[in-house]
Design a protein around this ligand. Structure first.
Ligand code: 3HC
Length: 304
């Protein structure tokens, strides 16, 4: 009986139109996997130039997916790419973009004031039934939701980089997120091919709360001169089976991102030594060395 009533309510609430705000690394990945699952996506960016860049990066990633899925039939792969791209509509107007949305996923800059302004506007513009989610990795979902009148229809949907590859989706409930919203988030995550886990609205949720202190400890080890970055990476890949070492991962995620998360947590929880800012990372960030995306971080990369 429970099963039947669950599926009936899911069918009623099935999410078909998704608006993704922000077309950076995470937002473009979220738009891509949603469109791959057959849903309609509106992807919002600040201007046409940025939208174009976002569309190009989605096309590149889709080509990688198609190569894997349609190894023996490249023509089907081309069709898959074209159809998936066809389901993603670009927009530079956040207000207009949410009018038909069943779900809005925000993946913009990690700045609480900017997120508040955006969600206030979206809350006024979207139908009352529209669910809102933030992909924030370090801010409080409850604090972001506080400016809206739909705290019961608000939660966290936290994806991992690279979104088309990483299978996990963290679904974050605040004390005010309703059961129905939570169930709809879990069902939606499944519908786009992710494995969902649930976490309370705590700093870093599960993955970043464990991963960020681990990466920071690796940097402290390197700063003390105990071992080289290269050897720490080799150690964790070959000795613990991680796909990337902590320095490779830091450069991959972006040193600006890790540094921002650490500084934010340190400010909130100054007594926790795990969140002490890192001298070498602060220096690299101040020099514009953010990792792979800028051509240099803890390692140097060939600029394409
Ligand atoms: N789009 C589509 N496909 C992609 C892709 C992308 N952006 N990036 C990689 N792939 C595919 C490749 O095509 C390849 O497919 P294949 O198996 O059919 O050949 C497969 O993924 C593996 O890629 P590569 O062969 O290029 O390289 P690796 O085997 O080293 O895998 C990796 C790359 C998947 C990134 C792997 O190294 C990995 O899992 N690294 C750890 C990533 C991680 O920890 N992410 C979480 C970061 S924390 C975070 O995101 C939270 C945020 O809040 C900060």
């Amino acid at each position: 009986v429970i099963k039947r009533s669950f599926s009936t309510s899911m069918a009623k609430n099935a999410i078909k139109n998704v608006t993704v705000i922000g077309g950076g690394l995470m937002g473009s990945g979220i738009a891509q996997v949603t469109a791959q699952a057959g849903q309609n996506v509106t992807l919002v960016e600040v201007n046409a130039d940025v939208l174009k860049k976002t569309e190009t990066s989605i096309a590149t990633s889709l080509a990688r997916v198609a190569k894997k899925l349609y190894k023996d039939k490249p023509s089907d792969g081309e069709k898959f790419v074209a159809e998936t791209r066809g389901r993603i509509k670009g927009s530079t107007d956040p207000i207009a973009s949410v009018k038909q949305a069943d779900l809005v996923v925000e993946a913009i800059i990690e700045n609480i004031d900017i997120k508040h302004k955006l969600f206030k506007d979206l809350d006024a513009a979207a139908p009352p039934t529209t669910l809102f989610a933030s992909n924030t990795s370090s801010l409080s979902i409850g604090e972001i939701a506080s400016v809206t009148n739909r705290k019961d229809r608000f939660g966290g949907l936290h994806f991992f980089n690279p979104v088309p590859v990483m299978k996990l989706l963290e679904v974050i409930r605040t004390p005010e997120t309703s059961d129905e919203t939570y169930q709809a988030f879990m069902a939606w995550g499944k519908s786009i091919g992710k494995v969902c886990i649930t976490c309370k609205d705590t700093p870093g949720f599960v993955v970043n709360r464990l991963l960020v202190p681990y990466m920071a400890e690796a940097v402290r080890m390197y700063e003390r001169g105990d071992a080289s970055a290269r050897d720490i990476d080799t150690a964790m890949k070959l000795g613990a089976g991680y796909p990337m070492g902590p320095f490779e991962l830091n450069d991959y995620v972006g040193l600006d991102t890790t540094n921002f998360i650490l500084e934010g947590w340190h400010k909130k929880m100054p007594e926790n030594p795990l969140f002490e800012p890192l001298e070498s990372m602060k220096k690299l960030v101040s020099e514009g060395k953010f990792g792979i995306k800028s051509g240099e971080g803890y390692y140097k990369y060939d600029k394409k």
